[in-house]
Design a protein around this ligand. Structure first.
Ligand code: CP3
Length: 414
């Protein structure tokens, strides 16, 4: 956990805030004043005397571990990939063109909300967009991923990677968030690539199964590596800050490929830069999520970034993730994306098992990684409807500290 003054301040505020998960020390504060301030900031006003705003969105409350009336659900990679209306748009525009056109990006951001009924939108962009914005020549090759023209492998290469000035370099990020937030009833999630994941694309020159050149640089040239990560942290901070100021109600750092690392290496060579990102945006008052695939052994280190929530991939049962993370960190996940390709009778018990493993509080339902392109959107809609129905609790019921025994719910863990 970060020992920054920011977090200490947040802890102090929590003392007078409502009880949080029984008597457990409150890690994630409600800090109403801070949130109102952040909202005012996002609305472009400094008026802190404004009347208290309406309740925070369901997603935000769940990420903070607060009692909720039902479990919120969204899907990583819900925009693009499997939606026919996105594919239609892609026939006339490239991915990067859509990302740089705020009206189009906001439209694609909203598409899954309309079609699937999810409780959150995620900005339509890509983790590599801020890199392109600082002049990295890259192409996003369909079905392959980002391909970098001149990989970064030396001090001289690194000198070409400049910092991001979000307003000047990538104004479309904030504009797309603002448009989407204004048109949607559900919160918009902003995001950035994690430093390891972005560094891997930059060093390898494209997608890699082994991340061997990346790990070689970490071991052989740790100083160069740390300077690269420092730059990537700055880029993430600038991008995330502009998204939150434009109205993003939560943020996720996609550290998708960090599972390639052992915990000690992650702690030594990736966590510090990641912690800097999380510390720098802590004061914006929105919950912060970190996610990576194959990160079972890294979960506690990832939580030490200061994140309010950790995304769990499908290899780790949620009950086990909770046991590792403790009660003060929310979990997000973790249905196997391939389960969405199975018939409903086979899929449904898996959805229920994830819901039960999440325990109804401090849980945001999601997949364990992104939606697979061959997924039928109808299946995703059915999952959303099922979760809304099955996790619904009467308001009076939402208050107790921890829903360990739901009538009618079989818990196979804890
Ligand atoms: O959730 C959403 O759908 C919002 C938009 C979004 C995209 N990329 C658009 C996109 C998000 C959140 C991302 C994040 C992203 N991008 C990650 C982290 C998430 C994860 O899956 O682990 C990573 C690793 C990338 C890099 C990337 N971009 C890859 C590996 C690919 C190719 C593989 C693929 O998904 O097809 C991309 C291209 C990309 N980014 C597409 C979309 C919709 C592909 C479709 C297209 O070309 O239109």
């Amino acid at each position: 956990m970060s020992g920054s003054p920011e977090r200490a301040d947040l802890h102090a505020r929590q003392v007078s805030a409502p009880a949080h998960q029984g008597s457990a020390p409150a890690r994630q504060p409600s800090a109403p004043a801070r949130q109102a301030g952040a909202r005012a900031l996002r609305a472009g006003s400094a008026d802190s005397d404004a009347a208290p705003a309406a309740a925070e969105p369901l997603l935000v409350r769940a990420l903070r571990g607060e009692p909720v009336e039902r479990v919120p659900v969204w899907f990583m990679r819900q925009a693009g990939r499997c939606l026919p209306e996105y594919r239609a748009l892609r026939r006339s525009s490239t991915l990067l063109q859509i990302c740089r056109a705020p009206e189009l990006a906001a439209e694609v951001t909203a598409q899954p909300v309309r079609r699937l009924g999810v409780d959150a939108a995620i900005l339509f962009s890509d983790i590599t967009v801020p890199l392109a914005a600082v002049g990295v020549a890259l192409e996003i090759v369909p079905g392959v991923g980002p391909v970098i023209e001149r990989p970064i492998r030396s001090e001289a290469d690194l000198a070409r990677l400049r910092s991001l000035h979000a307003e000047a370099d990538a104004p479309y990020l904030a504009e797309a968030v603002a448009l989407a937030a204004a048109s949607l009833e559900v919160p918009v999630i902003g995001f950035a690539g994690g430093p390891f994941t972005l560094a891997s694309y930059l060093i390898e020159g494209g997608p890699s199964k082994t991340h061997a050149l990346t790990r070689r640089m970490m071991y052989a040239q740790p100083e160069l590596w740390l300077r690269l990560l420092d730059r990537l942290a700055q880029i993430a901070i600038a991008s995330l800050t502009s998204q939150v100021q434009a109205g993003a109600a939560a943020v996720q750092v996609f550290e998708s490929w960090a599972g390639a690392l052992d915990p000690d290496t992650y702690r030594l060579l990736v966590l510090p830069a990641t912690e800097r990102i999380f510390d720098a945006i802590a004061g914006l008052g929105v919950p912060r999520i970190i996610f990576g695939v194959g990160t079972g052994e890294l979960l506690t280190a990832m939580a030490d970034t200061g994140a309010e929530a950790v995304g769990i991939d499908w290899h780790v049962p949620l009950s086990r993730a909770r046991a590792r993370l403790g009660p003060d960190v929310a979990v997000q996940g973790n249905l196997d994306p391939a389960a969405c390709l199975a018939p409903w009778e086979a899929l449904r018990p898996r959805v229920d098992a994830v819901l039960d493993g999440g325990g109804g509080r401090g849980h945001v339902f999601n997949l364990g990684h992104g939606v697979l392109p061959e997924t039928d959107p109808q299946t995703l809609r059915r999952i959303v409807e099922h979760i809304h129905e099955r996790s619904q609790r009467p308001a009076a019921d939402a208050a107790p500290a921890r829903p360990d025994a739901h009538p009618g719910r079989e818990r196979e863990d804890d």
